[in-house]
Design a protein around this ligand. Structure first.
Ligand SMILES: [Zn+2]
Length: 212
């Protein structure tokens, strides 16, 4: 079935650097690509995101002398996890997976392009004030419900889902179309936050048959 025009599928960061073998690989991240393709067949309105950093990005451990990936640093906007260098603008690692088959996707939101601020969320940068423009776009398109999935569940997908909800959209996170990094309990913490915010936890089969 094709869903209502009010429903938007948001596919988060299905890029090579988050796939097995990539610079910031999410375990079994490639398994979500065929699920995302199946889901996309049921949505007239699909939006993609790409993590899209300048080489000097503040989230890269390599840009902090003496620091290693997965340590944290205090930045003006709060605690920041330091990541391996990933999704540098224009590189192959930042490209969308070749098997992603969503030719009807309408928009691609590129996030994390400001060198001094990270952006896990597709809606708001990590300073929690700078918008990406996605909420305004979705409102203007008449979207009511946002279905989020992709990589990684506990970072970019969760933050995007929380911000979608905060922006007033009914929000669903499709668990089996996402994979997690799970750093220091981050996955359980994310699910607790999502539940508290009223984000619906779903499986792709339920979304595909229109139950959610
Ligand atoms: Zn990033």
């Amino acid at each position: 079935m094709m869903r209502s025009a009010d429903d938007v599928l948001l596919l988060i960061d299905l890029q090579y650097d988050f796939m097995p073998g990539g610079a910031l690989a999410v375990a079994r991240g490639d398994e979500v690509v065929p699920v995302a393709n199946r889901l996309a067949q049921g949505f007239a309105h699909v939006v993609l995101t790409q993590d899209w950093h300048p080489a000097a990005h503040v989230s890269f451990a390599a840009n902090h002398a003496g620091r290693k990936p997965f340590e944290t640093v205090a930045l003006p906007y709060g605690e920041q996890v330091l990541w391996p260098t990933h999704c540098v603008q224009g590189t192959q690692g930042a490209a969308l997976h070749r098997d992603l088959d969503v030719p009807h996707a309408r928009a691609v939101i590129r996030k994390g392009h400001h060198a001094e601020v990270d952006s896990y969320s597709a809606f708001l940068e990590a300073d929690r004030t700078t918008p990406t423009g996605l909420a305004g776009y979705l409102r203007e398109m008449g979207a009511k419900r946002v279905y989020c999935c992709g990589l990684a569940t506990d970072y970019c997908v969760a933050w995007s889902a929380l911000d979608a909800r905060a922006a007033g959209f009914e929000t669903v996170l499709i668990e089996d179309a996402s994979r997690a990094i799970d750093l220091n309990g981050s996955l359980a913490a994310a699910w607790a936050q999502l539940q508290a915010a009223g984000v619906t936890r779903a499986q792709s089969t339920d979304v595909l048959r229109g139950a959610l």
